[in-house]
Design a protein around this ligand. Structure first.
Ligand code: FEO
Ligand code: CA
Ligand code: CA
Ligand code: CA
Length: 651
C-alpha cells in the first residue's frame, strides 16, 4: 500500500519504462568481480559480493579525514547534529522572501502569498558568494504534499482529487520551482535571509522561461499557447541541481511525468511510445483537471517541454530562466559541473529511474573566467554522452549525436532535436548500462574523481544479475567512483570502482561493504545527494523513502572517506526528523557552514513510526518540526550547521 506521495513516485517506477535489452550494471559488476577472482564463494553462499576484500582494513595509525563525534542512528521527531555544532533553521516553507511578503497563514494559504514566500519541499541548495558574508542562496522546491499543506484535505491522489480546487492547485504551482534569496552572515557566524535583497526572486510552475539549444523551436515542443516552441511556463519537480563556474543556478527537472493527465487517451496519442518511456502521464496531481496544458489529450506536446535542465542567471532577477535542451531530456536528478583541464565545462547527470542511465555533457567551448558574458550560452553547444560500464573496469562515454551510429532517421531520429527530446530512447539504442537509479553525480575538483550515487533498485531480479546475487533486490544502493582517463573529464573513457555498497554491514544477507573502521552508526542506505567540501572531502545525504524502518535510522548526512586506509568509512553527522529525507548538502566557500534541506518532514513511512502508526495529515502530523506549535504543520526547511565557537566543519 502506498501511504505517501514519495511511494507513489517509487511505485510509478516499479514497472520500469526501460524495455531496451541493454545490460544491467549488476550484470557487468558481477562478471567483473568474477573475472578478477575475488568472489571467494560469496556468490555461491548467497551472501555478498566480496568486494570487501578490496577495501583496505583500517590500521591503528590511520588518521581520519573528518574530526567530529558521530551521532547515533535513530528516528524521532526532531533533528540531531554532532556534539559541538549548532543546527539552526534558516528558511521554512512560507517564510517571507520580500519585505512585502504576506505573513504565513497555513489555515488560509493563497497562490499570491505563496509566490512571495519560500516554497515547499526544499531539495537542492546552491550558494553563490556575492561579497564577504553575503551570498545568494538557490533552493529547489521539488514537489508538494497536499495532505500536509492544507487543512482538512488528506491525500487527494487516493481520492480522485475530489477535494482539490483550482485555488489549491494554484498554491501548489506557486510552491514548486525555486527560491533565489540573498543571505547575510552576522557576527555570530549565522546566516539570515535578507528580505530586502535585490536579487530575491521566486521561480514557480508558472514562470515564463525560454527554450534554447537544439530542441528549441522543434515541432515536438510547439503547443497551442506557444506555436514557435520557444517559451515554456514554469519548471516542475526540480530535484537536485548545480551551480556553474560562472555563477548561474541549474535546476534539474526530475519526475515531470507525474504532473500530466490523460491516461485514457495515451494509446491514441501520436507519441504514445515516447511518453511511455518516460512514464507519462502519471496523474499524481490534480493539475490536469484545471489546466489543459497538463492534459496530454488537450496539449499533446506539453510533456516534451519538461524533463530538462533549467539555467537561472541569479544576478539578473528579471531574466527568464533558460531550459538548456543540449543537456538532454530525462528525469534529471542533478547537474553538477566541473571545469576540465582544457577549460571546457563538464556536467555530470543521473537519470533517476530504475534501470536508467548515467550521462555527461561536455561543452564545445572553454569557460572564460574573465568574461561572464562569454559563458552565457555555453550550455547550448556540446556533446551529451551516456555511460556504458565494461567488464574490465573501464567505462565508455557514448555520444548522443544525430546521424552517428543508430541515431538516424531510419530509427526515428530526424535531427538532434529528436535525439534530445527522446534522450532515453537514443541511449537505449547506443547500449548504455542500466543502473540502480542514478541520483547526484559529483566531481571532486581536488582529485578529479567522480562520485555516482546509485540510490537503490528493489526491482532488479536475479536473472538480471547473472547469479544468486543478494543485491538483486537492491534496497540500499551503492556509490561508484569514476576516474576519467588521464584526468580528462572530456575523454571518451574512464575507469570505475565501487566505493561502498550500502546497508548494514553486520547483516550478512544484505551484502553491504564498508571499511572495517565504520561504526554501527557510520553506515547508511540509499545515497541520494552528495557534496565536496572546500578541502575535497565527500559528504553524503540519504533518501530511503519509507524504507528507514528497514535500516532503523532516519535519513541524514554522513562523512565518507574516499582515500587511504580508511577509504569506505562512513561517519554520521546529522539526522532528520521522522518522515523527512535529507537533501541539498552544500558548504559555504570557507567551509564554516553546511547548509542542508529537510524535505517533507512527517511524510515517509510514518505508518511504521512506533506510537504514531498512521498517515500524517496537516491536522494530525507525525511531527510538527521545526516549530512544534499547535496548529502549525510540519514545514520543509533549510538548516544551517555551524561549529560552536566558529571554524571549519569536521576538522
Ligand atoms: Fe528527487 Fe532522485 O530524487
Ligand atoms: Ca534526490
Ligand atoms: Ca551535489
Ligand atoms: Ca531520491
Amino acid at each position: 500500500m502506498e501511504n505517501t506521495r514519495e511511494q507513489a513516485i517509487e511505485n510509478a517506477e516499479d514497472i520500469s519504462s526501460n524495455r531496451s535489452g541493454n545490460e544491467t550494471f549488476e550484470a557487468v559488476r558481477t562478471r567483473r568481480f568474477t573475472r578478477r577472482g575475488v568472489l571467494k564463494g560469496a556468490l555461491m553462499a548467497g551472501t555478498a559480493l566480496a568486494i570487501g576484500s578490496r577495501l583496505p582494513p583500517a590500521e591503528a595509525s590511520a588518521k581520519p579525514s573528518f574530526v567530529f563525534d558521530e551521532i547515533h542512528h535513530g528516528v524521532d521527531e526532531t533533528h540531531h547534529v554532532a556534539p559541538g555544532y549548532d543546527a539552526d533553521i534558516l528558511l521554512r516553507w512560507g517564510d517571507a522572501l520580500f519585505a512585502d511578503s504576506p505573513a504565513f497563514d497555513p489555515q488560509a494559504q493563497s497562490a499570491d502569498a505563496q509566490s512571495r514566500q519560500f516554497g515547499y519541499n526544499c531539495d537542492f541548495i546552491g550558494v553563490i558568494p556575492l561579497a564577504e558574508d553575503r551570498a545568494v542562496l538557490c533552493v529547489n522546491h521539488e514537489y508538494t504534499n497536499e495532505e500536509l499543506m492544507f487543512p482538512g484535505l488528506g491525500r487527494q491522489d487516493k481520492a480522485d482529487f475530489q477535494a482539490m480546487t483550482a485555488d489549491l492547485v494554484a498554491v501548489e504551482m506557486a510552491a514548486h520551482g525555486g527560491t533565489v534569496v540573498e543571505i547575510v552572515r552576522g557576527g555570530d557566524g549565522k546566516w539570515t535571509a535578507d528580505v530586502n535583497g535585490k536579487l530575491n526572486r521566486r521561480i514557480t510552475a508558472q514562470t515564463p522561461m525560454r527554450l534554447s539549444g537544439p530542441a528549441a523551436g522543434h515541432d515536438r515542443v510547439k503547443t497551442g499557447a506557444d506555436p514557435d516552441g520557444m517559451t515554456v511556463l514554469g519548471t516542475i519537480n526540480n530535484c537536485a541541481g548545480g551551480v556553474t563556474p560562472w555563477g548561474t543556478y541549474l535546476m534539474a527537472e526530475e519526475n515531470f511525468n507525474g504532473y500530466f493527465w490523460g491516461k485514457d487517451g495515451l494509446d491514441a496519442h501520436p507519441e504514445a511510445a515516447a511518453l511511455k518511456r518516460y512514464g507519462a502521464p502519471g496523474e499524481w496531481y490534480a493539475w490536469g483537471k484545471f489546466d489543459d496544458r497538463f492534459d496530454i489529450t488537450k496539449e499533446p506536446n506539453e510533456p516534451n517541454r519538461f524533463g530538462w535542465v533549467v539555467e537561472v542567471d541569479v544576478l539578473d532577477p528579471t531574466s527568464a530562466p533558460v531550459k538548456r535542451t543540449a543537456l538532454g531530456r530525462f528525469k534529471h536528478e542533478g547537474a553538477e559541473t566541473i571545469v576540465n583541464g582544457d577549460g571546457r565545462v563538464v556536467v555530470y547527470m543521473g537519470d533517476d529511474q530504475r534501470f536508467d542511465y548515467l550521462y555527461r555533457f561536455v561543452t564545445a567551448r572553454p569557460f572564460d573566467a574573465g568574461n561572464r558574458e562569454a559563458n552565457r550560452d555555453l550550455l547550448d553547444d556540446g556533446i551529451l554522452s551516456v555511460a556504458r560500464f565494461n567488464d574490465d573496469g573501464s567505462l565508455d562515454w557514448l555520444p548522443l549525436v544525430h546521424g552517428e551510429g543508430p541515431l538516424t532517421e531510419a530509427n526515428g531520429f530526424r535531427d538532434q532535436g529528436d535525439v534530445l527530446i527522446s534522450t532515453r530512447q537514443a541511449a537505449d539504442l547506443l547500449g548504455a548500462t542500466k543502473m540502480d537509479r542514478p541520483e547526484d553525480v559529483q566531481a571532486n575538483p581536488k582529485t578529479g574523481k567522480v562520485y555516482v550515487m546509485l540510490t537503490n533498485n528493489s526491482k532488479r531480479t536475479a536473472d538480471q544479475v547473472d547469479g544468486p546475487n543478494p543485491r538483486a533486490e537492491n534496497a540500499f544502493g551503492q556509490i561508484v567512483e569514476l576516474t576519467p582517463a588521464n584526468g580528462d573529464h572530456g575523454a571518451d573513457a574512464a575507469s570505475w570502482e565501487l566505493l561502498v555498497v550500502c546497508g548494514d554491514p553486520a547483516a550478512a544477507d544484505i551484502g553491504a561493504q564498508w571499511n572495517e573502521a565504520t561504526s554501527a552508526n557510520g553506515w547508511f542506505a540509499s545515497p541520494d545527494n552528495c557534496t565536496i567540501d572546500p578541502d575535497g572531502r565527500l559528504w553524503i545525504s540519504t533518501d530511503q523513502g519509507s524504507a528507514w524502518s528497514k535500516s532503523g535510522t532516519a535519513d541524514g548526512v554522513w562523512a565518507l572517506e574516499t582515500d587511504g586506509p580508511l577509504r569506505g568509512t562512513g561517519r554520521m553527522f546529522f539526522r532528520v526528523p521522522i518522515g523527512a529525507e535529507m537533501c541539498g548538502p552544500v558548504f559555504s566557500d570557507d567551509g564554516e557552514t553546511l547548509f542542508v534541506a529537510v524535505q517533507h518532514p512527517a511524510s515517509d513511512g510514518v505508518k511504521n513510526y512506533p506510537g504514531f502508526e498512521r498517515d500524517s495529515t496537516f491536522d494530525d502530523p507525525a511531527t510538527r518540526w521545526p516549530d512544534f506549535e499547535d496548529g502549525m504543520p510540519p514545514r520543509p526547511s533549510v538548516v544551517q550547521i555551524t561549529r560552536q565557537g566558529g571554524g571549519k566543519i569536521g576538522v
